[in-house]
Design a protein. Sequence first.
Length: 276
Amino acid sequence: MRASHPPIPKRLPAGDGPKIIALAKAYGLQGLRQKDLAGVFPPDFQGLTDLAKALESEGRIRILSFAPLHLVAREAIDYFEEKFVAYLEKFHSSHIKERGVALSKIQERFEIPRQILLLCLKTLVHEGKLREDHGFYALADFVRELPEREERILQKIEEECFAGRPRSVSPAEVCERMNLSPETRNQLLDILVERKRIIAGKDGYYVHRPWLEDLIEKLRAKGPRDLPVAEFKEMTGLSRKYAIPLLELLDEMGVTRRKGAGREILDEPSSPSSRS
């Protein structure tokens, strides 16, 4: 699907807003730029930005940039959604073990400007129609299917490497304990993340989600206050080696934040469900 657009209408509707919408639809997934409006609006036209903001608030367009103005019609995003959902459905049916399609592959397949492609994908993720995982996109309700043997391995990984373990676990440890290849290990860990059984930290380690949810409840019960690292270590039974990466994960999730040499428990509620 190339980012082509039909011929520009020779006759535009009356009114500034309808003119912009008609042109944006005509330019489709190329997007309408400020220079494209030169023959429609005078160079000194006042209020173009405010007009674009109003049209965006009505859901008629999406703005990519203001200076210079660059926008795309919502109708064009809906067209992309129709084509992309059909593409993903076909992809999922023939790649049931893969987590989704890489952004680079989507770019090759659809051949539309990267900025507009990212806007379309971001819009569909925000609307709950897609999910994104480290640059891979899938339908929101897609669930990877595994052969029965691999499902048993998946269950064994959770039971032997994560369940009841109050600490983070490295991918290398999973490999060692389960005698898996790195490729198989990574795929199975990704699936456990998708199924919301474990959470990935920025340090590359993983934490068992049920244990972390229980820990967050205990932290919230303490109320918003300072949290020395020594107290957190005592609370979790973790050594500093594991406590600090876990605190960094909690910082990222908005449960705690760094304060001096320790942390502060925040008042705003947060849940691991907000992370993949």
